[in-house]
Design a protein around this ligand. Structure first.
Ligand SMILES: [Zn+2]
Length: 476
């Protein structure tokens, strides 16, 4: 049997790295900070992409593709933007054997190049809103890389929209935040908190940034998607204007929003256990693994014939049949548990005789998660059970987050609780509070949850007046 994975309680970060590599999701690349997404990890990404892309199209967006190289001068047009991204830029100075007249940056995000094109394409109010998304890779130089969570190059989607009015752009920003939350909760079974970022944590160049924050299995937060209201900052920097109905020239209002391969990290750390991955059925590349069991050739032909019938009954379910002879059934069980396949279907000669199979749930290991299911009506039963697992994963993650969320009303309470918990505390938003907490407890504000009633009170961190509560946590 293969070596056991380091338990989460012993070393969470080691557990994470072992799961990513042993489940064959990703591997380290020759260039430090880069990662190779292996076929199993890429299949998971494809399912994430499909779930998001479907939602983008349903809300009126179309896909396009913009170039990887951006002239350095473009970034310099928006002061906050260049300041925020400068430390992370990869810059190309030579091309075709010659030094370039102007250095090019490898896109860290595409507001600038898309802004340049929008300025060209948008003429009148009839061209608005312009709702474009792109699926692409971006580069942000990472000093402390972690597979999926922080890599120098990563895959993502970036939506960029332009609107005639402030209200429409603000609506779009929240609409896409809702789309992300719906995807995270419905498809990835990850409960998220929708909220607004503090000034220190907001996107460089945005007027307001919104986030979905999720709690990982160690109580840390992972920012899992962001949606930015850019005001007219980029419209003014890039001269994105339109003629309104009265023939007056106006600046557009723009938004941008993104979800990246980080989402895989969120799935791994929200659901995984000491046996490895647990994938939500809606995103799992393999939803059911069939493990046929036999002792001799006569049994084998009986069992495999039954497997053929089962495969037909389970059309529409993503299946894999593990009929390898060189490894034992127990070894296979371990391997598929490590890979997080939501359901395992076992069938041996006696089951064939009794016209039944064994279904074993990945989220409930051992006897408790096993059931004997008649072959008649198996298709329906399997689909029901996949839905049950999907819901159970969400419920478990939500219960875990609730158990590990506390309220605090003083700086000391926040500082003490914030290691491994979400702390909800009234906060004035002063960056100095945040800097102090970062220094003392390596924690940051995650967001001001949208879903709260504002009322006057005193900041838990410094005592100044504060109308809203924020979530503080350690974060990836
Ligand atoms: Zn304060």
């Amino acid at each position: 049997m293969a070596e056991k994975i380091t338990p989460r309680s012993e070393d969470y970060s080691k557990w994470y790295n072992e799961v990513v590599q042993r489940a064959e999701l990703a591997d380290y690349a020759p260039v430090r900070g880069c990662m190779v997404i292996r076929p199993y990890g890429y299949a998971l990404w494809e399912n994430i992409r499909e779930g998001l892309d479907r939602r983008f199209k349903a809300t009126g967006h179309v896909n396009a593709y913009f170039p990887l190289f951006i002239p350095m001068s473009f970034l310099q047009k928006e002061a906050e933007h260049v300041e925020g991204f400068s430390p992370e830029l990869a810059v190309v100075t030579h091309g075709g054997g010659k030094e370039l007249e102007e250095p090019l940056v490898v896109r860290p995000t595409s507001e600038t190049v898309i802004g340049e094109m929008y300025a060209k394409w948008i003429r009148s109010y009839r061209d608005l809103p312009l709702l474009i998304n792109q699926w692409a890779n971006v580069v942000r130089w990472e000093k402390r890389p972690r597979l999926f969570l922080r890599t120098t190059e990563f895959l993502w989607q970036e939506g960029h929209t332009a609107h005639a009015t402030r209200e429409e752009a603000e609506e779009e920003t929240i609409r896409m935040l809702d789309v992300y939350a719906d995807f995270a909760e419905t498809d990835a079974a990850i409960p998220v908190i929708k909220g607004q970022k503090s000034d220190t944590e907001k996107f460089a160049g945005a007027a307001a940034s919104y986030t979905i924050e999720a709690m990982m299995g160690n109580g840390w937060a992972l920012q899992s998607g962001t949606s930015h209201f850019l005001g007219q900052n980029f419209a003014k920097a890039f001269d994105i204007t339109y003629l309104d109905e009265n023939n007056t020239l106006q600046h557009c209002w723009t938004t941008s929003w993104g979800v990246s391969t980080r989402m895989e990290g969120a799935v791994i750390m929200t659901h995984g256990d000491d046996q490895g991955l647990i994938l939500p059925p809606k995103l799992a590349p393999i939803q059911v693994v069939i493990v046929p069991i036999w002792r001799d050739d006569a049994q084998k032909s009986v069992v495999m014939e039954a497997v053929g019938r089962i495969e037909e009954m389970l059309s529409g379910v993503s299946l894999s049949v593990d009929d390898r002879e060189e490894v034992s059934a127990g070894w296979k069980f371990n391997e598929w548990e490590l890979k997080g396949v939501p359901l395992r279907l076992e069938i041996g000669p006696r089951d064939v005789q009794k016209e039944q199979v064994v279904l074993a749930r990945r989220d409930i290991l051992g006897r408790e998660g096993k059931s004997f299911v008649p072959t008649a009506g198996l298709g329906e039963r399997v689909k029901e059970m996949l839905d049950t697992v999907q819901q159970a994963l969400f419920d478990r993650a939500l219960a875990f987050r609730r158990e590990n969320t506390v309220e605090a009303s003083s700086y000391d309470e926040v500082r003490e609780a914030v290691n491994g918990k979400f702390v909800l505390a009234r906060w004035c938003g002063d960056p100095e509070d945040e800097a102090r907490l970062k220094e003392d407890a390596s924690a940051t504000s995650r967001c001001f949850p949208i879903d709260q009633d504002e009322d006057p009170g005193a900041c838990a961190l410094c005592g100044k007046p504060a109308r809203r509560k924020a979530i503080f946590a350690r974060a990836y």
